[in-house]
Design a binder for this molecule. Structure first.
Ligand code: SAH
Length: 248
């Protein structure tokens, strides 16, 4: 079981697989007023940077589940590097339907809400692991500017304009499923550059090391077109944020 190989090629050197920076994760951790010993569940934990740095900085404990074998290995490695491998655990598995044995203080899905069929389904899934009074974290894109045409949405690698909402509507959608929005930290264009532009150097170095790989043609084509596509579309139109919710 694994995610499509193209992601593990282009994002193999990323510690954070979304437009957040280490500073944004630190801001979010502080905003949540995390207490030492707080228990966190993270579905789609990627390379584990959120859990590992919060374990180091705030003394939290937790479990991350991710379908990428490579990212899960990197998460375990990062936990050892930061000396928090007794506080955090990473499991290589499909997170669809995953419910924690022991209720958690924070239940998170940061940039992988397709795991439960979208934002509403993911909130419902996370709520099943959450203690009363706990916090749900959802990382999700929104339109900074509404794309004028469906082609512009496709340029942002969305299927359609209807894939995402504008920020006020996204916030209202949390209210509609019975949650208070109690905090949020939004990514910015510099963060998008870190996420997207870092893929370009990774692709170039991968191509030099793997010229005969069956993916080389696809990666070559992507490296050529991605900077222009990103600058014209994603960077201008797509926002991203992490929203802290408390069920009412
Ligand atoms: N939250 C992480 C990663 C976000 S990227 C971070 O902030 O860095 C989305 C992640 O979801 C990837 O790591 C991908 O491997 C993982 N993923 C995709 N489908 C999944 C599934 N069904 N179950 C668990 N993880 C999944």
């Amino acid at each position: 079981m694994d995610i499509p190989r193209i992601f593990t090629i282009t994002e193999s050197a990323h510690r954070i697989h979304n437009p957040f920076t280490p500073e944004k994760f630190a801001t979010l951790g502080e905003a949540l007023r995390l207490k030492s010993g707080a228990r966190i569940l993270d579905l789609g934990s990627g390379s584990g940077e959120m859990l590992c740095t919060w374990a180091r900085d705030y003394g939290v404990v937790g479990t991350g589940i991710d379908m990428s074998q490579l990212f899960t290995e990197q998460a375990k490695q990062r936990a050892r590097e930061l000396g928090v491998d007794d506080q955090v655990k990473f499991i290589h598995d499909d997170a669809a339907g995953y419910v924690a044995d022991e209720k958690v203080d924070v239940a998170a899905c940061v940039g992988a809400t397709w795991i439960a069929g979208g934002v509403a389904g993911t909130i419902e899934l996370l709520a099943r692991s959450l203690r009363a009074g706990g916090i749900i974290l959802i990382g999700e894109p929104y339109w900074r500017q509404l794309p004028p045409t469906e082609d512009v949405a496709k340029g942002c690698l969305a299927n359609a304009i209807s894939d995402f909402l504008m920020l006020p509507e996204l916030l209202a959608s949390f209210d509609h499923v019975g949650c208070d929005v109690v905090e949020m930290v939004l990514a910015d264009q510099d963060g998008w550059d870190r996420y997207e532009a870092a893929k370009w150097l990774t692709m170039r170095l991968w191509l030099e090391a793997n010229p005969d790989d069956e993916f080389a043609k696809e990666v070559r084509a992507k490296l050529t077109t991605e900077p222009g596509r990103y600058a014209a579309f994603t960077r201008e139109f797509l926002g991203w944020g992490v929203f802290a919710l408390m069920p009412r």
